[in-house]
Design a protein around this ligand. Structure first.
Ligand SMILES: *[C@@H]1O[C@H](CO)[C@@H](O)[C@H](O)[C@H]1NC(C)=O
Ligand SMILES: *[C@@H]1O[C@H](CO)[C@@H](O)[C@H](O)[C@H]1NC(C)=O
Length: 354
């Protein structure tokens, strides 16, 4: 009886989720299966045939800015790319299987305004699942990626900046590289990133500012690498005027196993992490290397690699680091001594701090 009612609740939840994606009257739709797909805009057929990618692109190309496409069909786009232009809403209600298209996203939106992807479920092994640069007012909703290789969501490095990016929830399993990797975003809000069995980082934020993140949760992320469940790098959190006044806020980081838990490197900072829950990381639970104005306000480290403040010679040493933390079954080491480092530690384990 209990089992049945839980099952009923799960079914109700699943059907309400299904009811949302593609609900109402989308301006265009892709339906079909196997090797027969139809794209319609209102009552007009804009594609009919066996090419799933062509059906999706035809639906997208048939609508105007402010309109919505719902892809109800599941299928495979192979090693190809779907492109979304300004003002369009894309709902991936079926499962979109992808292949490796070197340097490209399975779905891309480049130099656009106001694109929305409220729902997306992707499988396979793309070079990038979603790829962006030069976007403004981008909104991503419920994004699920179950991969066997590749990278989840990428904002390009050598490319125009992005402004006002909102991401509600991303869940990535099995990516060979990062779950989410950003460069060059001013104004980034993320509800949660959940990474499972991902090769490199869970959330890697670089050269970005004015960032708010709810939860980053990694299990078996970055195993055997120097990456981390949460990594800040390449001047992340440095303000336009060069200072590091706090502008990056992360509520919580959870990490189990894998490589590092939290890693701040290469002149990043301006950040507050309210709480961490790190256990059995295979590399440093926390590594802070050449970072400025960074605080970790609480939480626990249980076992795993050492909590470490270090520095490379190529950049100025750590400065203005505040760490309040319970560390059990792992050592804490500050070497070399940073500038204005304030530790409030509890728990057992070796301490070698300045
Ligand atoms: C760190 O950020 C806080 C909050 O913005 C700011 O008050 C403080 O001056 C910054 N400290 C340094 C040394 O930059
Ligand atoms: C260090 O941090 C503690 C706790 O946040 C605070 O009470 C204390 O004033 C700080 N010390 C310095 C020297 O900043």
């Amino acid at each position: 009886m209990v089992k049945l009612s839980i099952f009923g609740a799960v079914l109700a939840l699943a059907s309400s989720v299904r009811a949302q994606c593609g609900s109402g009257t989308p301006d265009a739709k892709v339906t079909g299966s196997g090797n027969s797909f139809t794209a319609t805009r209102g009552s007009n057929t804009v594609y009919s045939g066996g090419d799933y990618r062509a059906a999706i692109q035809a639906a997208l190309d048939s609508i105007s800015s402010g309109q919505r496409v719902a892809v109800m069909a599941s299928g495979s786009i192979g090693a190809s790319t779907i492109s979304i232009s300004s003002g369009k809403t894309f709902e991936g209600c079926g499962t979109i299987n992808t292949g490796w298209n070197t340097g490209k996203g399975a779905i891309e939106s480049l130099n656009t305004d106001g694109v929305k992807i409220p729902y997306l479920t992707m499988t396979g092994g793309p070079y990038f699942g979603l790829r962006f640069h030069g976007v403004r007012d981008l909104t991503l909703g419920q994004i699920v990626m179950n991969f066997d290789t590749g990278l989840g969501i990428r904002f390009d490095r050598d490319a125009p900046w992005n402004y006002n990016v909102k991401i509600d929830s991303v869940r990535v399993t099995g990516a060979g590289s990062h779950a989410v990797e950003t460069f060059n975003i001013d104004g980034l809000e993320i509800g949660q990133v959940i990474a499972r069995n991902v090769g490199e980082s869970g959330l890697l934020i670089q050269t970005s500012r004015n960032v708010r993140v709810g939860l980053v949760d990694g299990d078996n992320v970055a195993k055997g690498t120097g990456y981390a469940t949460l990594r800040f790098a390449n001047n992340n959190g440095q303000n336009e005027n060069g200072n590091y006044n706090t502008n990056v806020y992360v509520d919580k980081v959870v990490s189990r196993g894998g490589g590092r838990g939290v890693f701040c490197v290469s002149q990043s900072g301006g950040a507050v992490i309210t709480s961490v829950d790190l256990a059995n990381n295979g590399n440093n639970a926390i590594l802070i290397e050449n970072c400025y104005n960074l605080s970790i306000r609480g939480g626990t480290v249980n076992g795993g690699g050492e909590v470490r403040l270090s520095a490379r010679n190529e950049f100025p040493n750590n400065k203005d680091i505040w760490i309040t933390l319970t560390v059990n079954g792992a050592s804490v080491r500050e070497s070399p001594c940073g500038q204005n480092v304030n530790w409030s530690l509890s728990g057992n384990g070796a301490r070698n701090i300045c």
